[in-house]
Write a protein that binds this ligand. Structure first.
Ligand SMILES: [Zn+2]
Length: 365
């Protein structure tokens, strides 16, 4: 969790009635909002989760407030509505489901809502006594502390829900929503650009099936004793014949004196992982016990590179068209026909693809 998060869920109006509700839908994205309110004399951000929720519930009659998180002007993150509850933040009227977006509820069902206190545009005014007054041009951009909290929160949520960078959006980017929210001074492209530069998480460790992983132990009691805890924990096959191991196991943990040539031979004959733990008995025990303590079977793991001759798949997102997808994968919108041809079994009209369809994307022609 980001460090400056404050859990205020139970303090929100009407909490007892909705606290056990459940969105019953997969969380796929994040939407950023602003309340479009500013202090009339300073132009700075005003309000917090409680005042927004109070307005939504007691002013507008909603069952609960419209955001999952609020980031106040000082950068504090308020966790206001549980992630498991769909916030009313970007629904639109579509009784015939003509957009194919769950009758206008797609964004509410699948996207979390974060609201940054403030009003992020210029030309802000308010009405009073029949006159229009100008709000001073301060804080027309989110404050640094707010942006820092926003990025930390998005990173945390992306990790929790495996959210694609493309699905981190601002309100005005959502189909069916005619709004400038969260103000034209909030640039979603910049946020996504920063997220794309984040280092990717380490590859997951493979989980071998029985018979796929072996520990190779040179034929002495010393090395077998060194490996006992590891063997007990991970239950690999055990072989005392390193010379005969090539081609027999997918994952190999070799301990003690096993030569470079032999390890290259294992790789050459199809082993995906060849770990080598060299040295004397004591350092070998130390390394194997470290792996056991970390519940980590392998020292290192590199994803095998994708095979460029095999088609990949892509799940259609809201707002996609075949030409947009072709542009994304091939750099050329006109190559949409390649994708259409490869998916004739599920697409009848190339002008109408549905959100959630899984398309085969052939290699770049
Ligand atoms: Zn909004």
């Amino acid at each position: 969790m980001p460090p400056n998060i404050v859990d205020v869920r139970a303090n929100m109006p009407n909490y007892e009635t909705y606290k056990d509700w459940n969105r019953n839908a997969t969380i796929l994205g994040i939407t950023i909002h602003h309340p479009a309110t500013a202090d009339r004399s300073t132009g700075g951000p005003t309000g917090d989760a409680y005042s927004y929720f109070n307005y939504h519930v007691n002013g507008r009659g909603w069952a609960h407030g419209g955001y999952n998180y609020v980031i106040t002007g000082d950068g504090a993150i308020q966790y206001a509505l549980d992630d498991k509850i769909a916030a009313y933040h970007a629904g639109f009227n579509d009784p015939d489901n003509s957009e194919g977006l769950e009758y206008g509820q797609y964004w509410n069902n699948h996207y979390l809502a974060i609201c940054l206190s403030g009003w992020f545009s210029t030309d802000r005014t308010y009405q009073d006594g029949g006159e229009t007054h100008v709000i001073p041009d301060n804080d027309t951009y989110p404050r640094q502390a707010q942006l820092a909290s926003l990025m930390a929160l998005i990173r945390h949520l992306r990790q929790s829900y495996d959210i694609l960078v493309e699905n981190v959006r601002v309100h005005r980017e959502l189909t069916g929503n005619a709004t400038q929210c969260p103000g034209l001074n909030m640039d979603p492209a910049q946020i996504r650009q920063q997220l794309r530069q984040d280092p990717s998480p380490p590859s997951p460790q493979p989980t071998p099936q029985p018979g796929e992983h072996v520990i190779l132990v040179p034929d002495t009691d010393i090395y077998l004793n060194a490996a006992l805890t590891y063997i007990w924990k991970f239950q690999p096959d055990v072989s005392f014949a390193p010379q005969a191991a090539a081609g027999k196991w997918r994952y190999i943990t070799a301990i003690g004196p096993i030569g470079d040539d032999l390890r290259a031979e294992y790789k050459h004959r199809g082993a995906q992982i060849v770990d080598h733990i060299a040295g004397e008995q004591a350092p070998i025990i130390q390394q194997l016990d470290d792996l056991v303590a970390k519940n980590q079977r392998f020292l290192s793991y590199e994803e095998p590179p994708p095979d460029p001759t095999q088609p990949v798949t892509y799940t259609v997102q809201p707002g996609d068209s075949l030409s947009k997808i072709a542009l994304q994968f091939y750099g050329k919108a006109s190559l949409w026909t390649v994708i259409f041809t490869a998916n004739r079994d599920i697409i009848s009209d190339p002008g109408r693809i549905r959100v959630g369809m899984v398309l085969k994307i052939p290699p770049n022609p």
